[in-house]
Design a protein around this ligand. Structure first.
Ligand code: SDX
Length: 454
């Protein structure tokens, strides 16, 4: 491991130490105990405070600013793990052995090849589409047409559907809709378990996202390089050059940080769709759709635009005063759950500082970001518990890695697809269709008035 990647590990462990000094990771008892349904909860607008299910996948400690995946502290996973290992952990519930990790990586290598899906995607105006709608289109194009392989006697074996010159995610040649996808949630045969579709999508979203970026650059998509890691392939397929060890490490850490985050809007959307026994492609499509909303995804893109708009650090104070006076939301700040510093921002902040130091065009943005963080903290931080969230520094990091702002949210999805699929799989073990109620506050007993009397 080159000297500088060792330095990144040290920086993460220092950020962890700082977090421990400023807060604690003592779990919140009311949010970390087994449930006996039915339960009482105090619920605010937007289902704030509602408990949707039990989960062993991840816990967001909003009062203390702590995040764990399957019991492992996010700082440790960033310091020592990889996105492949973390995806396996989220889906399978344990860290893989060396053999299990190699087998999982080999699956991802195969599933990253999506030549036919990309050919289909390129028949759409990707260069002028919203990048998240292009990602959702690409994801749904990987869904499979009903073929003999879907029928009981045609159950696919891994050799069937991974073919060297065919799509590793067999796709529709004529999108006519289907009665069921090949990987819907029931065992099709002994050798096929439900996680295959999830592996398909974890691998596939990276290739589709990179292809969208290349097409928008006016270039042809690049095939993945089987020798590169997930993070390195993502950067390679976007930029056209193999990343340095530091760039690969930073991308890998960013993917780890975004992989799962409790019942956030996009994860909940994916679970709602899956709870109807629709399939994982539609579930991930719903997650992508929800993440497209600026209150959830895209804030990091807005943060970079805000920093450019503010221009110089000297303008920060007046900019913040004007924004707050207009009751505007400052992008990259605040969070429904974290009422303290987002632990992910602690890691991304040190990475942004490290990368910006040697990037002359980004360095001024980082300096403005530091001044903005300080000013927002002074004006509303403590009063309203508004702190930087995951999106505040991630845009600076991605800009240093050569990723265009319109690709920031698809990159978020490339990571979060692991959390979406893991939580969908877990929920389906004890599925119950999500069906909340609405309080009716309308009128009653109104007499019908014929059209000619209205
Ligand atoms: C993500 O859920 C997740 O886990 C999401 C996520 C994930 O990993 O999946 O963490 C990813 O979505 C990060 C958030 C990215 N979005 C932004 O940065 C957009 C800006 N943030 C705000 O829109 C807001 O903070 C939310 C949407 C993130 C949180 O919404 P809440 O908790 O519903 O906040 P609220 O609207 O109830 O605000 C409470 C108060 C209000 O003031 P008052 O009306 O009480 O006077 O805080 C103020 C808000 O005006 N406030 C802000 C603010 N966020 C909240 N004021 C200025 N700037 C902000 N960013």
């Amino acid at each position: 491991m080159v000297e500088e990647t060792k330095k990144i590990t040290e920086m993460i462990l220092d950020a962890a130490q700082k977090a421990r000094e400023e807060t604690s990771n003592e779990p919140e008892p009311e949010l970390t105990r087994p449930l006996q349904w039915p339960i009482q909860a105090t619920i605010g607008p937007g289902l704030e405070g509602a408990i949707a299910c039990e989960s062993k996948i991840g816990y967001v400690n909003g009062s203390k600013g702590w995040l764990i995946y399957r019991g492992y502290d996010i700082f440790d996973l960033c310091a020592y793990s990889t996105f492949e290992e973390v995806s396996y952990l989220l889906l399978m519930g344990k860290l893989p052995t060396a053999a299990e990790l190699e087998e999982f990586k080999l699956k991802l290598i195969n599933y990253r090849f999506l030549n036919q899906t990309l050919r289909m995607l390129m028949s759409s105006p990707v260069e002028s589409m919203n990048t998240m709608s292009a990602l959702r289109l690409g994801t749904l194009l990987t869904r499979r047409l009903i073929t003999l392989l879907d029928l009981e006697d045609g159950s696919p074996t891994p050799a069937d559907y991974i073919n060297s010159d065919e799509d590793s995610i067999p796709m529709e040649t004529a999108p006519i809709g289907e009665l069921h996808a090949i990987y819907e949630f029931k065992h099709r045969s002994d050798d096929m378990d439900d996680t295959e579709a999830c592996f398909h999508l974890i691998a596939g979203l990276s290739t589709i996202t990179a292809a969208i970026s290349r097409i928008r650059q006016g270039r042809m998509p690049l095939e993945p390089n089987p020798k590169l890691s997930h993070a390195a392939n993502l950067l390679y397929m976007i930029t056209g050059r193999e990343p340095t060890a530091v760039e690969e490490r930073v991308m890998d850490i960013a993917l780890i940080l975004h992989a799962d985050h409790g019942m956030n809007a996009s994860t909940f959307a994916a679970m709602v769709v899956a709870s109807t026994l629709s399939d994982i492609y539609f579930s991930v499509g719903a997650g992508i759709a929800a993440l497209n909303g600026p209150l959830h995804g895209g804030a990091n893109e807005q943060v970079v635009r805000t920093l450019i708009e503010i221009g110089d650090e000297r303008n920060v104070k007046s900019w913040v005063e004007k924004s707050l006076a207009s009751k505007g939301k400052i992008m990259g700040f605040g969070h429904r759950v974290y009422k303290t510093y987002d632990p992910r921002a602690r890691v991304l902040g040190v990475l942004a500082k490290h990368l910006a130091e040697t990037n002359e065009s980004i360095k001024p943005l980082f300096n403005t970001a530091q001044a903005l963080e300080k000013e927002v903290g002074t004006q509303i931080g403590t009063k309203k518990k508004i702190f930087p969230n995951v999106d505040f520094f991630s845009g600076i990091v991605y800009s240093c890695l050569g990723i265009a702002p319109e690709m920031f949210t698809p990159i978020f999805a490339v990571s979060r697809v692991s959390g979406w699929t893991a939580r969908v799989l877990e929920y389906l073990e004890n599925n119950r269709i999500f069906r909340p109620r609405a309080m009716y506050t309308g009128e009653f007993n109104k007499g019908y008035i014929p059209l000619d009397q209205r």
